[in-house]
Design a protein around this ligand. Structure first.
Ligand code: HXC
Length: 264
């Protein structure tokens, strides 16, 4: 049996000849999503602000399968639509098309309201929410042509108030609203739109920032942290034809944690 956790569940050519456009693709969670897609035959463009990181991530992905290509595109700030338009053009020039879009670029830090400057709030809303909008806008023609699928990256912070996360909660609530609106608007042209809401995912920058060194495992109904594989497996499902009738949903991948309330 294959050592890849993805090949233990899915057919190896599930995404053969497909192409994914992944912003934030050099980050821990999105890189694993990209690895899962490549493992199943999908070529990938990794989009980031940092060219070296994007190129390094693509080089790693190119070791997985000979018949699949990964490219890294740096100097792309999702706050700037023109950067994304250039990245989409390069992706189509080099990989031929775009079928799947992951709006993964995000920023986060812990800050109490009084320390949060207007520019700090705006920066996170611009990266997370405006950046997601710009990404879909730049990919629109390819999504329409190929009846593509969009995956936004949300969170659970905004289901109730979580202290020191006002900026992220506001941005992610906006992403849910954007996802719902686009699911309804783009459904008739054959484009599906969903969001994924990761919980506490071990070995990530986000978990280190938000857990403040206090282990969370015992507070989670499933009694363990999530893994990047858990997010990747849900991503495969939502992109696959198994989810062909699923649009306008938020797939929460958090071991049931958000049901416990914000201050457990
Ligand atoms: C308060 C802060 C701050 C902090 C920055 N700012 N860090 N304020 N506390 N820790 C303020 C700055 O002072 C500035 O405001 C404004 O934010 C913009 O900061 P810049 O550094 O100029 O912005 P930029 O270079 O664009 O950096 C964006 C960033 C940065 C979000 C601030 O942290 C970043 O790029 N992060 C990307 C990586 C990341 O965060 N990954 C984790 C994602 S995890 P002033 O007023 O001084 O001008 C995630 C979900 C986790 O998103 C979920 C886990 C469950």
């Amino acid at each position: 049996m294959s050592s890849s956790p993805f090949l233990r569940v899915w057919q190896p050519d599930l995404f053969k000849d497909k192409v994914a456009f992944v912003t934030g693709g050099s980050g821990t969670i999105c890189k694993r999503q990209a690895e899962a897609l490549v493992t199943l035959g999908c070529s990938v463009a990794i989009i980031g602000r940092n060219s070296e990181k994007a190129t390094a991530a693509a080089s790693e992905l190119n070791q997985i399968r000979e018949d699949v290509r990964a490219i890294g595109i740096g100097d792309c700030d999702v706050r700037k639509l023109d950067d994304l338009v250039r990245a989409v053009k390069k992706t189509v020039d080099e990989l031929g098309r775009i079928d799947f879009v992951i709006c993964g670029a995000a920023g986060n830090f812990i800050a109490d309201f009084n320390s949060l400057s207007a520019n700090a709030f705006k920066t996170v809303v611009d990266i997370d929410l405006l950046g997601s909008f710009n990404t879909v806008k730049a990919c629109y023609n390819e999504l329409k042509k190929n009846k593509g699928v969009v995956l936004f990256v949300s969170a659970t912070f905004h289901y109730y108030g979580v202290p020191f996360q006002a900026h992220v909660g506001a941005a992610k609530a906006g992403i849910d609203a954007l996802s719902n609106a686009l699911a309804v608007e783009l459904g008739p042209i054959g484009v599906r739109v969903n969001a994924i809401a990761p919980g506490a995912i071990g070995n990530t920058e986000g978990y280190r920032k938000l857990s403040s060194g206090s282990p969370m495992q015992k507070k989670i109904p499933l009694q363990k942290l999530g893994s990047t594989d858990d997010i990747a497996q849900a991503t495969i499902f939502l992109f696959s034809n198994a989810a062909q009738y699923i649009t306008g949903t938020v797939q929460i991948v958090d071991g049931g944690f958000w049901h416990m309330g914000p201050l457990v």
